[in-house]
Design a protein around this ligand. Structure first.
Ligand code: ADP
Length: 759
């Protein structure tokens, strides 16, 4: 049957029967065709594809077969375009094309009559097609199998071929061939061929994919194996690609003269470093450890100077006096010369501040040609500060001893452990007992710091300890020490030190061409009126200050005068305690504090009250007891009418309330001050006393006599009462002090009573 349809030319696009396509039409001709077709041709058009792609198309370029398409949907868009959905209906043969208008063609077409195929053949073909399609879908995992559902119903071969052609990823030319082929059996054969090509293509793609994947997997495996080999080589020590750093560690280790066990252990640590990932935090910890252990002075020693005269000269050069410590060092040197194995003594220098404990220790080190290092342990309450913390702790470090040895770079330095009397025992441990292990020559040959973990020989270290108060050193530690007392200096000693040591060292420090001098009376005034101290630290400071001032002033000069003291030390002037005593009930007691000997003013008042006693002045319990004993002694002895104490309040006060007073040596002063107050007899400021008294008046031996007498002398006291039991101590008192003090040795208070109150 012939009929006419308007022609729509579709370039690069093919529509097959049963296929639906969506188009958006922009050009006016196409829009006109659609509109006309909808009106006059029951929404049907003839879709054809030109045989060539040239711009100018004539009817001879148009095919003889086209597809009738039904305009299923039509929508006019806001931009003026028309969107349509076309559904292919059937192939038609074109009889001829004619111009409908200038731009629009129409065509006279006729239905295609196909020959009758043997239905068996068709069935076989259909089955083959479906199977091939199945195979194709299976070979391409990314394709949906929804088409199989559409094809389940029984369709003729024509429909089947067109549906499958639409479904296959064929190019436009190929699809045009299918469109032009009106014979469905021929199309089916062609299609079977194309499907098998598609399947082959899919298989090939899959093979390529899996090959690529296999290659990748192989590469990964190779990488993994290479890494593994590296690990094994490292473990077996076969790795020759060591980093420079690791090489250096091995070199250092080789040079260390250290026992083989420790060496092996350190070697393992270096190996660990080689294996470790460089970005891991463990690496830094390990490296830190190796830096520590490989830089300890395992076998470096300073060759000791064992020439005793030279050692003594060297010590005399830096320090005045201090003969006991100098003798000790000379003895050591002489003995060491005989027995090279001799262990150095563990010396503890005890004395007030500024008497030269630290500086003599450093001088000992340089005279013996050993390195020197000072460790302060005042306030230390944690043993790990001395012996390190375990490596497993964050920020772990070796203890102060190992740190000192690394700094010194030798295993036989002089290590000064300063202020051992001020270590604190608390929940963190007992540093004193740790120190004991460090100092114990029986154990310290194999001292193990918690961090270092390997035994280090400390037996060649010369330890010198310092303390202000020997009573505060724990007994167990004290047992192991050779205590050497360094007493306060007298005024004349201080003058000597100033002239022979302090001034020359200032000259040297400032590199002065001329020596600075000071007359004795000026120096005496400087010591008495501007420095109140047991040692000479303050004296050294003010001397330096004065020298700086006079050599840099407008009229530079080299002699310190009394005027300079007034001018430059206005704020430093201190008048020593021993001012005149103008009233009854005031007495000088001699005492010792951490800062050396001192004069304590004891005062007594009595006034109507209710038989009570008030004590003030930061007194410890022993002093409070001394007061009770004194009162009982006075009452029993009948030195005064007991009535005088009835209905009275007695107030005992010790000046300098800021200092806590503990010692038991004030008994004599307390009895004296009460008697002075009640008997109304004044005691001279030139008199001072020390001694504890029993209930029967016996006077007991006291400690710190040297310090007390030096303080008495330095503050201008002329008579001192001391216990007879202390007589043997007098030989250690500087002559200058003995010459200037009248020392009265008393065994019972009765003597003092007779001296002072029964004149
Ligand atoms: P300490 O350790 O006992 O507190 P230092 O050793 O620090 O005292 O000494 C303080 C200052 O006094 C230093 O400048 C030191 O040189 C000086 N000095 C102390 N004693 C003497 C002395 N006997 N001879 C020379 N100078 C001394």
């Amino acid at each position: 049957m012939n009929f006419t349809l308007l022609v729509m030319l579709l370039k690069d696009l093919v529509i097959l029967p049963f296929q639906e396509i969506k188009l958006e039409l922009k050009d006016e001709t196409s829009k006109k065709i659609i509109k006309l077709a909808s009106k006059k041709y029951s929404s049907r058009i003839l879709v054809v594809s030109p045989l060539n792609n040239s711009k100018e198309i004539t009817t001879s370029d148009l095919p003889q077969v086209g597809v009738v398409a039904y305009i299923k949907n039509k929508m006019e868009l806001s931009n003026g375009n028309i969107r349509i959905t076309l559904r292919g209906e059937k192939r038609v043969r074109i009889i001829n094309y004619e111009a409908f208008t200038d731009e629009v063609l129409d065509a006279l077409v006729t239905d295609i009559i196909l020959p009758n195929y043997a239905s068996l053949n068709e069935e076989v073909m259909k089955k083959k097609l479906k199977n091939s399609l199945n195979d194709y879908i299976e070979s391409s995992p990314s394709i949906s199998n929804s088409i199989l559902k559409t094809l389940e119903d029984d369709h003729d071969l024509g429909f089947l071929t067109d549906a499958i052609t639409t479904f296959l990823p064929l190019n436009t030319d190929k699809k045009l061939e299918y469109m032009a082929e009106v014979n469905s059996e021929k199309r089916a054969v062609k299609l079977l061929n194309d499907i098998s090509i598609q399947i082959k293509q899919n298989e090939l793609e899959e093979k390529i994919d899996s090959n690529v994947q296999m290659n990748l997997a192989k590469e990964q495996e190779e990488y993994y194996l290479k890494e593994k080999i590296k690990e094994i080589e490292k473990t077996l020590g076969l790795n020759n690609t060591q980093s420079e750093e690791v090489k250096k560690y091995y070199e250092k280790l080789d040079k260390l003269n250290i026992d083989s066990k420790s060496k092996e252990k350190i070697k393992l640590e270096i190996k660990k470093l080689e294996r470790i990932n460089s970005s891991s935090p463990e690496e830094a910890v390990l490296r830190n450890y190796l830096d520590w252990i490989l830089n300890l002075p395992w076998n470096n020693v300073s060759k000791e100077n064992l020439n005793s005269p030279k050692v003594l000269t060297s010590l005399n050069k830096t320090h005045y006096g201090l003969d006991n410590i100098k003798d000790k060092i000379v003895d050591y040197v002489n003995l060491k010369k005989i027995n090279n194995e001799l262990k150095s003594p563990v010396i503890c220098l005890v004395g007030p501040p500024g008497v030269g404990k630290t500086t003599i220790a450093s001088s000992i080190a340089s005279s013996l040609n050993r390195e020197f290092y000072k460790i302060s342990v005042g306030g230390l309450n944690d043993s790990t500060e001395l012996i390190g913390s375990r490596r497993t702790y964050l920020g772990a470090l070796p203890g102060k001893i190992m740190q000192a040895l690394r700094k010194c770079g030798t295993k036989n330095p002089v290590i000064l452990i300063d202020e051992v009397d001020k270590m604190v025992k608390d929940y963190k441990g007992d540093p004193a007992s740790t120190l004991l292990d460090i100092l114990d020559t029986n154990q310290n040959k194999t001292f193990v710091d918690n961090y270092i973990e390997e035994p280090f020989d400390l037996s060649q270290v010369f330890f010198i300890l310092t303390a202000n108060d020997v009573n505060l050193i724990p007994d167990t530690l004290l047992d192991r020490l050779e205590v050497i007392n360094l007493a306060s200096y007298t005024v004349f000693e201080k003058m000597d030190i100033a002239k022979k040591y302090l001034l020359p060292s200032i000259d040297e420090e400032f590199k002065l061409s001329k020596k600075v001098s000071i007359k004795d009376d000026v120096l005496m005034s400087l010591i008495n009126d501007y420095t109140k101290e047991a040692g000479v630290r303050n004296l050294a400071r003010v001397l330096k200050l004065l020298v700086t001032k006079i050599i840099t002033s407008k009229n530079a000069k080299y002699q310190i005068t009394k005027n300079d003291l007034d001018k430059y030390l206005q704020n430093e002037n201190i008048t020593l305690e021993n001012t005149e005593i103008k009233e009854v009930g005031v007495v000088n007691a001699l005492a010792v504090t951490n800062l050396g000997g001192t004069i304590l003013r004891v005062e007594a008042s009595i006034y109507p009250g209710s038989d009570d006693v008030i004590v003030t002045g930061s007194l410890g319990d022993t002093l409070k007891e001394s007061i009770k004993v004194a009162i009982s002694y006075i009452k029993e002895k009948g030195y005064l009418d007991s009535e005088l104490l009835n209905n009275k309040t007695l107030h005992i006060h010790m000046r300098d309330t800021a200092t806590k007073k503990e010692g038991p040596s004030c008994g004599v002063s307390i009895i004296t001050v009460i008697l002075s107050r009640i008997l109304n007899i004044k005691i001279s400021e030139k008199i001072a006393m020390t001694g504890e008294v029993t209930l029967k008046g016996d006077i007991l031996r006291v400690g710190g006599l040297k310090e007390k007498l030096i303080a008495a002398y330095n503050t201008g006291i002329s008579v001192v009462y001391i216990p007879k039991d202390n007589a043997s101590d007098l030989k250690s008192i500087p002559k200058e002090v003995l010459d200037n003090l009248k020392i009265k040795l008393v065994s019972n208070y009765q003597t003092i009573y007779e001296d002072l109150f029964q004149k």
